[in-house]
Structure formats: C-alpha cells, structure tokens
Ligand binder design. Structure first.
Ligand code: AMP
Length: 190
C-alpha cells in the first residue's frame, strides 16, 4: 500500500503517519526527517537544504525526488509506505507519478488532514514557544508562518490534483489525536 499524507504544517501529519505505519506494517517516509538527518550529517544534500529549511522554503524538487526515489526502493518499503511531507508541489507529484509508473506501481490513496488556519497559527505560536533553541531551526514563529504560506501557495493545489485522480480522502484534523487516527483508519479502510 502506498499512501500520501497531505496537510499544512502543524496539522499532525507526522504524528498520524507514525501511528498508522506502526499499526499497519508500513514505513513512514518523511522528507523533512531525512533532510534534517542530512543537515546534521553535513552531506552535500544537507548543505543545499540547510538555509532553505531554516527559512521555511522548499528544498529543490530534484533533491527531494531523488531522496524518495532511492529510499522507497529499500527492502523495508516492500510492504508499502506513507509519504509524509512529499510531494509538496505539483512538479513533485508529477515526478512521483512518473517514478511509480516506471515501476509498474501506483498510489492507493492520498489522505488530507484539514485544519483551519486560525488553529494552525495558534499551534504555531505554541510550538515556537515550546521549541525555541530546540532541534528544529525552522520552529520559530516566522519560519512556521512562512511554511504555512508556502503550503497554501504550492502544496494546497495538490488537493485538486489528487481529487482529479480520484485518490483524495479528507479527514478533520481538529479532533483529538485518537479520533483523527480512527477517522483515518476508517476512511482508508485499514
Ligand atoms: P517538514 O518536516 O515536512 O515540515 O519539512 C521541513 C522542511 O523541509 C520544509 O519546510 C522544507 O524546507 C523541507 N522539505 C521537506 N519536504 C520537502 C519537500 N517534499 N520538498 C521541498 N522541501 C521539503
């Protein structure tokens, strides 16, 4: 099974993807986590990504597409995976389609977590206050707001993109964490 979890920063995508992967034998592929590991390790990819990430901007498409193309072919992905934070724009979605088609594979579903901007902005302030000086250079209020703007401008069009392909399933991300997990399992028939 191949899934995409789509949603704005702070919607709880990563948390939900982690819960679902554990319960259903899938692997969570978070481009954000992989890029943060690359920055920490000081690799070439990390050097390209570091400043862009700290500013809340997207890392170049070819970098993330390459990461996903490699990682999704590793043995632990054989049973399926959840793409968390990828694709982030239509060009990445098209590259993913091409990659899967070349492998004779396809996506099963795209799960959208819907959360109002007002709630996200409140969560952003809380997260920025809680994590100041923490492990994520982009968890300050300015970068988080920038990430929300980037989401609306570049990532939200994917809702139409995947609706057009008949793959989109939406869940209210403003309920409790357990309710959201249950709704995701219901809507994906897991
Ligand atoms: P995330 O952990 O998914 O919120 O991602 C953190 C940051 O990593 C983003 O703000 C981007 O700078 C970068 N990033 C993660 N995934 C992608 C992607 N698919 N395309 C471009 N940049 C990404």
């Amino acid at each position: 099974m191949k899934l995409i979890f789509l949603g704005p920063p702070g919607a709880g995508k990563g948390t939900q993807a982690e819960r679902i992967q554990k319960a259903h034998g899938l692997v969570q592929l978070s481009t954000g986590d992989m890029l943060r590991a690359a920055v920490k390790a000081g690799t070439e990819v990390g050097k390209v990504a570091e400043k862009l990430m700290a500013d809340g901007q997207l890392v170049p498409d070819e970098v993330v597409v390459g990461i996903i193309a490699d990682r999704s072919q590793e043995a632990d992905c054989a049973n399926g995976y959840i793409l968390d934070g990828f694709p982030r724009n239509v060009a990445q979605a098209e590259a993913l389609d091409k990659m899967l088609a070349a492998r004779g594979e396809s996506l099963d579903s795209v799960l959208e977590l819907k959360v109002d901007d007002k709630i996200l902005l409140a969560r952003i302030e809380t997260r920025a206050a809680e994590t100041e000086g923490g492990p994520r250079a982009d968890d300050n209020a300015d970068a988080l707001k920038k990430r929300l703007d980037v989401y609306h401008a570049q990532t939200a069009p994917l809702v139409d993109y995947y609706t057009g392909k008949g793959l989109l399933k939406s869940v209210d991300g403003m309920k409790s964490m357990d309710e959201v997990t249950a709704d995701i399992e219901a809507v994906l028939a897991l």
